[in-house]
Design a protein around this ligand. Structure first.
Ligand code: AMP
Ligand code: MN
Ligand code: MN
Length: 321
């Protein structure tokens, strides 16, 4: 943390990136840190490595759009690059090449599967969110945190804790959230945009996915899937479906919930959640993905049927272990 504070304090130009298909902790921690550094007179630029590059709808409640550039406009060989909420270099997508050429790479993250890539690593798997870590870093560096930057960090904390529900919500998390809430921003409107703003198209896609929910009692698994065709039929986008797993995981009959979502390239991205009896980060890491003990993901190598069978075997093995 001290080394990161020192390097960021000395730099003039800072390039910030977060993981591909960003969630509010990725973008919130990035824009929050960018807003804080800009207020200290730094030249900042932000991006993430998706192509095509799309701005998520909920970003409308986060100030800092002005810092964001397309990945092609991101500095090729930054003097200092910060990777936020990024569990592995591959999660930088096309910005991985920029990180490889950066003189210094500061990694700020809370994924337990993060190998600690980068030249300065601020990694705390016990932290609720990357935004919580960024807040602690700004406290360490001192000076003023602009209201808009505080709002961005709050968005990261409130989403990654499941609105202060998950086990990662510590007294320290609540202290950070309380400090952030002192700043001037409309948290109720933010919560509405973050949590209660589904297009009908998504609700219809979710209805279809819930209709074909399957329970595998011997693995304590409940699962479903979504295809590109489902999305096309309902005119929904994959980004609309981030919350589907949060509905599936409420199934009382299983410890683990999984949603298989077909990406544009045809491969299925797997989202997993556990109520507490399984370490899904380990299952994800063994399959080239990663995450947290109770929330993790990976990209499946085969069809849904084969991938479910593979997941069932992994869950049964982890029970035996
Ligand atoms: P998701 O199911 O996409 O919401 O992801 C759950 C958690 O696992 C998040 O913290 C993600 O950052 C993490 N995660 C998902 N997919 C991957 C992956 N391929 N590699 C590393 N971490 C991942
Ligand atoms: Mn994230
Ligand atoms: Mn996070």
């Amino acid at each position: 943390m001290d080394r990161a504070a020192d390097a960021l304090g000395r730099a003039r130009q800072i390039a910030l990136a977060c993981h591909i298909n960003p969630d509010p902790d990725a973008i919130g921690s990035m824009l929050g840190l960018a807003g804080y550094l800009a207020a200290r007179g730094k030249d900042v630029v932000c991006s993430w490595g998706n192509e095509p590059f799309e701005i998520p709808r909920w970003m409308s409640v986060l100030d800092g759009r002005g810092f964001v550039v397309k990945p092609k406009e991101f500095p090729q060989a930054p003097e200092i690059m910060v990777a936020l909420d990024t569990a592995a270099p591959e999660r930088l997508g096309m910005l991985g090449a920029n990180a490889a050429k950066a003189a210094e790479v500061v990694v700020i993250d809370h994924h337990r599967t993060n190998p600690g890539f980068g030249s300065i690593v601020v990694l705390d798997p016990a932290a609720s969110s990357t935004a919580e870590l960024v807040y602690r870093l700004t406290e360490r560096m001192g000076g003023e945190l602009p209201d808009q930057a505080a709002a961005c960090l709050y968005a990261g904390v409130v989403t990654d804790t499941g609105r202060f529900q998950y086990e990662s919500t510590t007294p320290e998390t609540l202290r950070v959230a309380a400090e952030l809430r002192r700043h001037g921003f409309d948290h109720a409107r933010m919560a509405q945009v973050l949590f209660e703003d589904s297009p009908l198209a998504y609700l219809r896609v979710a209805a279809g996915a819930l209709h074909r929910l399957e329970l595998v009692p011997e693995a304590s698994l409940v699962w479903t899937y979504l295809t590109q065709q489902d999305l096309e039929r309902a005119r929904a986008t994959m980004a609309d479906t981030d919350d589907l797993i949060d509905v599936v995981r409420t199934a009382r009959e299983a410890d683990v919930a999984a949603v298989f979502k077909q990406q544009r390239d045809g491969k299925f991205k797997v989202s997993m959640r556990s109520r507490g009896d399984h370490d899904v980060s380990k299952i994800a890491a063994d399959r080239g993905g990663g995450g947290h003990r109770l929330a993790a993901g990976y990209t499946a190598k085969s069809s849904v049927e084969e991938s479910v069978a593979d997941l069932v075997r992994a869950l049964e093995a982890s029970k035996a272990a």
